[in-house]
Design a protein around this ligand. Structure first.
Ligand code: CP3
Length: 327
């Protein structure tokens, strides 16, 4: 039996960009792509939130859209976000246009090597889960958050969707395996678009791929956090053979999530990112509620229910983290 932790561990999705003054300063002289693809700079950004916010883990500074790039897609990083000039939904048999070039991910492993040599906290590796990554590949842009053309494609081209999911699964497993070989301690699979499809459709087309990816990672002794935003009642599918922890979105009540997810699977989350715009009093009151939850269910990692938002006052982010740590 493990020892009961005295406080929950805490880290934040998107902790490395968006709110850190040191990051914003670096962005004045470097593009996001340059920061990501230069191992020394990516390592520096990865470790910034550990020093500047006091989080308990670092997450490698990269993006889920590196995987489509390693499948031969060209990407442009604009001020309004990522953009694929040739989205797959405009092509016939898109899988035949892809060319797997996993060496395009080598810069990530170099960044991991540097972080591991310097860091004193656990390092989280990650990739996008199949539906979320596929949505960007099919749609091309993220400005339309409901991904209408991607969704249409999935319903119209079931066979081809399966082929693309299989390719993504293969590349994700290789990518995760290499991250592990280079020294990450934990892995998070980001399924930010899980809520886009009915649960049964998600289960049928995407869950087999999720299971393959998480099993490959866990077979190497690395725990997996599966962040499935919008899964709702589909949280009932999350059994111990899927993952070690499941990331809960901010819409789902944490106590309800606890009732739906198998008791051996830990929870991560799920403060509303907008809570960090509230007063310190409000933040403290909300954290106190979660401390009660932790007393009852200690297999919990404190985090937000989605990424930290741009413009969040940094003092509030620090206050929140200190409150979680009972400081
Ligand atoms: O969490 C971290 O701090 C680690 C690094 C990380 C980034 N993106 C850096 C980033 C991680 C884990 C991601 C995951 C990611 N990327 C997801 C899944 C999680 C989620 O937020 O839903 C998705 C959907 C993406 C795709 C993506 N990347 C979009 C839509 C955008 C533009 C809008 C935005 O969120 O800023 C990005 C850009 C991006 N990825 C930035 C950062 C720090 C902003 C780049 C900048 O201008 O400095």
């Amino acid at each position: 039996m493990g020892l009961k932790p005295t406080r929950p561990p805490v880290w934040l999705m998107r902790q490395a960009g968006r709110v850190l003054p040191r990051y914003m300063k670096m962005r004045e002289s470097h593009s996001f792509k340059e920061l990501m693809e230069t191992p020394e700079l990516a390592a520096e950004v990865t470790l910034m939130p550990v020093d500047d916010l006091g989080v308990d883990a670092a997450i490698i500074f990269s993006d889920i859209l590196t995987v489509p790039v390693a499948m031969g897609m060209e990407i442009e990083w604009t001020d309004r976000g990522p953009h694929f000039p040739q989205p797959l939904c405009n092509l016939d048999n898109p899988s035949s246009h892809l060319k797997i070039q996993t060496e395009r991910l080598d810069h990530v492993y170099k960044a991991i090597d540097i972080v591991v040599s310097r860091s004193t906290v656990p390092l989280i590796g990650f990739c996008g889960a199949p539906l979320t990554t596929l949505c960007y590949m099919l749609q091309g842009v993220s400005t339309r958050q409901n991904f209408p053309d991607a969704k249409k494609f999935i319903y119209e081209n079931r066979q081809e969707t399966r082929r693309l999911v299989d390719m993504l699964t293969e590349v994700s497993i290789e990518y995760a395996t290499k991250q592990i070989e280079h020294g990450i301690d934990t892995f998070q699979l980001f399924e930010s678009n899980a809520g886009l499809l009915p649960t049964d459709v998600y289960e049928e087309i995407f869950m087999p791929s999720v299971r393959k990816i998480t099993q490959a990672i866990r077979s190497m002794g690395i725990p997996v956090i599966f962040f499935a935003k919008g899964l709702g009642c589909g949280l009932r599918m999350i059994t111990p053979d899927v993952c070690d922890f499941v990331g809960i979105d901010w819409q789902t009540n944490i106590w309800d999530a606890r009732r739906m997810v198998h008791p051996s699977v830990g929870l991560q989350g799920n403060f509303d990112p907008h809570l960090l715009f509230a007063s310190h009093g409000q933040i403290a009151a909300e954290v106190a509620q979660y401390h009660k939850f932790f007393e009852q269910y200690p297999n919990w990692i404190a985090n937000l229910g989605h990424g930290v938002l741009a413009d969040t006052p940094i003092e509030n982010v620090k206050y929140f983290i200190n409150k979680i740590k009972n400081q």
